[in-house]
Design a protein around this ligand. Structure first.
Ligand code: SAM
Length: 196
């Protein structure tokens, strides 16, 4: 099972690239894919520090192809433990991101977020769905971060027929490339890819 420490490699990026871009104090963050709550906790401690800030967390908290064999009762219990000291700032939305994002979009007073962090289903189809459905929930000038742009795949090797590498359909890169291209006239600034 992936452990909490997997999040740690992302901290320098969030600290140095994302934190300085956050405007205002009482910010609203949407996280798609919260797992054990390591990223959620870091954002609560470091970005959503204002008492009025909120972090909305979407996760199925059940076994998916990416987390086969994980004990999700334990994973969810760890999430609850991680956020316990900030409970009033967290909105926990348990369910698949497709239904949860559609339901947020359909709310009469649709929530709007300063920062959206996409780290749920890592398949290309999952990522493109999460990006398209969360985009209308982003405030003008808001920030979207996608995790694992390069993850498990070697596109060139796959094109050449080496099937020991993960299929590009199972990883986020193709979805992020397509989304940033299709939405390019609405994306104002891209932070270059960060080394893993
Ligand atoms: C990589 S983990 C998230 C890690 C977390 N952001 C961190 O850095 O600590 C991915 C999470 O996405 C969730 N997930 C996968 N597919 C999902 C879906 N379709 N809808 C909602 N959550 C999903 C999994 O249950 C898992 O907890």
């Amino acid at each position: 099972m992936e452990t909490m420490t997997a999040w740690n490699r992302n901290i320098p990026f969030f600290e140095h690239e994302i934190k300085p871009l956050i405007r205002g104090q009482d910010i609203k963050i949407l996280e798609v894919g919260s797992y054990q709550g390591a990223s959620t906790r870091w954002m609560l401690d470091n970005l959503a520090t204002h008492p009025q800030s909120e972090v909305w967390c979407i996760d199925v908290w059940e076994e998916t192809p990416q987390h086969e064999g994980a004990d999700f009762q334990q994973v969810e219990a760890l999430f609850d433990q991680q956020i316990a000291s900030h409970r009033s700032k967290v909105k926990k939305l348990k369910g698949d991101s497709w239904s949860q994002l559609i339901s947020l979009n359909n709310r009469p007073s649709k929530p709007e977020f300063d920062l959206i962090y996409i780290d749920g289903d890592h398949s290309a189809q999952g990522v493109i769905q999460d990006l398209v459905l969360s985009w209308p929930l982003l405030l003008e000038g808001g920030i979207v971060v996608c995790d694992d742009y390069v993850w498990k795949e070697n596109l060139e090797a796959w094109r050449l027929g080496f099937r020991d590498y993960g299929s590009p359909l199972e990883t986020p890169k193709m979805a992020i490339d397509a989304f940033t291209l299709i939405y390019s006239n609405r994306i104002h600034h891209e932070i270059p890819l960060q080394p893993a």
